[in-house]
Design a protein around this ligand. Structure first.
Ligand SMILES: O=C(O)C1=C[C@@H](OP(=O)(O)O)[C@@H](O)[C@H](O)C1
Ligand SMILES: C=C(OP(=O)(O)O)C(=O)O
Length: 443
């Protein structure tokens, strides 16, 4: 867990940014690698694991429930699983830190085991809604004792055997989908998730890769029906985690907005359920090129080169939102220095992330000189047309790594430095971020 002590930092315009870098492993795939390996019988090996605090919270929780998880080198981990159905009763509360993914997916796992677990987290996580997973997991027979509003701390009393359900997602959320599927692993019969709006599909790909009997059918309306046969036996795997496109978005946007820049990020995951950010930046006129396209561990991967570009404002179609849901904070930075107006909508989910990302980005961008209108479900931004923003202000990161990194990127293209009141949350997903940015600036 990162220390409770805030760490302020100041980001001055530096540039141009030049170089070739590799970002840490994908956070979503890293969580799932540990969870599924911990449920396989035998030894799995993972290379390129993100060693950020969120993933380490998952590792600690899986250990507390019986798995053997060891770090064997940089990003290299060895896991001995307990088998589906074999999770042990944790002896203490599971501390999820800042991580929504750990919490919601592990609630799903616990729900269909005959164990009880208490989940706790930091001040940010303790404000986030868990009702969205409590609802379907109650239908399988698990019991919950949550803090008011369906929040942490909360206790899950799992049930075995659980009841298989067919559940239509009321909110476009890969975490809710995954919680139900993970619960279905130890549930007799077929668990079905009906997904009207596609979200990241790492759980489906990885469950199938570990040998689970999982099918996905897309009906005539584009609705996905994901069916998992329960009481699964997972086979141990060797996994190579691709670089996180959500992390790559920060140096990519920094290069696009900083004159004279050219940055290549290698080994970036290009799963189409994740690449909305690159498509929208290209729609704004970004000069992005992709090379060395290949498949790594069942996921498409490429090297991305970003060169400084004159961006133009766009209207982002709301159905693109799930494929760039974590990238909106840094996308808003790009929009703030583009030519013309950028309009976003359908982003209510951004209000229940590590912070209220619409409110925090609107407030922070406004104090550094951008023209932003905050609407209920999105931001409308009138860009500076390539002019640097004023800067010379301090913004709040509110325990949100993506807010902190977005304003570090914004500082690249301001007349005066941008200060962030606390950059310590960056360690949840991208511990090497500050060193990488300094390296690109030749510092
Ligand atoms: O399943 C996942 O790994 C994630 C799903 C998304 O959350 P929601 O399911 O809340 O949209 C995303 O914001 C989060 O960073 C990771
Ligand atoms: C929303 C995020 O993560 P989580 O939900 O796992 O806390 C994120 O990384 O932007």
């Amino acid at each position: 867990m990162h220390s409770a002590q805030p760490r302020p930092a100041s980001f001055s315009p530096r540039g141009p940014l030049r170089g070739t870098i590799k970002v840490p492993g994908d956070k979503s795939i890293s969580h799932r690698s540990l969870m599924l390996s911990a449920l396989a019988i035998g030894e799995s090996r993972v290379a390129g694991l993100l060693e950020g605090e969120d993933v380490l919270s998952t590792a600690a929780a899986m250990r507390a429930m019986g798995a053997t998880i060891e770090r064997t080198g940089e990003g290299e981990w060895r896991i001995h699983g307990v088998g589906v159905g074999g999770l042990l009763q944790p002896q203490a509360a599971l501390d999820m830190g800042n991580s929504g993914t750990s919490t919601r997916l592990l609630m799903g796992l616990v729900a269909s085991h005959a164990i009880t677990a208490t989940f706790i987290g930091d001040a940010s996580l303790s404000k986030r809604p868990m009702g969205r997973v409590i609802d379907p997991l109650s239908l399988i027979g698990a019991e919950f004792n949550a803090s008011p509003g369906g929040r942490l701390p909360l206790m899950v009393r799992g049930i075995c055997p659980a009841v298989p359900i067919s559940y239509r997602l009321p909110v476009a959320s890969a975490q809710v989908k995954s919680a139900v599927l993970l619960a279905g692993l130890n549930t007799p019969g077929i668990t079905e998730v009906i997904e009207p709006v596609p979200t990241r599909d790492h759980s489906e790909r990885m469950l199938a890769g570990f040998g689970a009997d999982l099918t996905v059918e897309t009906d005539g309306d584009g609705v996905r029906h994901i069916r998992l046969v329960g009481e699964a036996e997972l086979k141990p795997q060797t996994i190579e985690v691709p670089g996180d496109p959500s992390s790559a978005a920060f140096p990519v946007v920094a290069a696009l907005i900083t004159p004279g820049s050219e940055v290549t990020v290698t080994h970036v995951g290009m799963n189409p359920t994740r690449t909305g950010i690159f498509k929208m930046l290209e729609a704004m006129g970004a000069d992005l090129t992709y090379s060395n396209e290949r498949i790594v561990g069942g996921e498409p991967v490429a090297d991305i080169t970003a060169r400084h570009s004159n961006l133009t404002g766009i209207e982002v179609p709301p159905d693109v939102a799930p494929s760039m849901i974590d990238e909106f904070p840094v996308f808003f930075v790009a929009a703030s220095v583009a030519q013309g107006r950028t309009v976003t909508s359908g982003l209510d989910e951004l209000r229940v992330k590590e912070s209220d990302r619409l409110a925090l980005m609107a407030a922070g961008l406004t104090v550094i000189g951008a023209k932003v209108e905050e609407r209920e479900d999105g931001l409308v931004i009138d860009g500076s047309g390539g002019e640097p923003l004023e800067g010379a202000a301090t913004v709040a990161s509110a325990l949100d790594h993506r807010i902190a990194m977005s304003f570090a990127v914004a500082g690249q293209h301001c007349y005066h430095a941008v200060s962030v009141d606390d950059v310590s949350p960056i360690a949840t997903s991208f511990p090497t971020f500050e060193a990488m940015m300094a390296g690109l600036a030749g510092a």
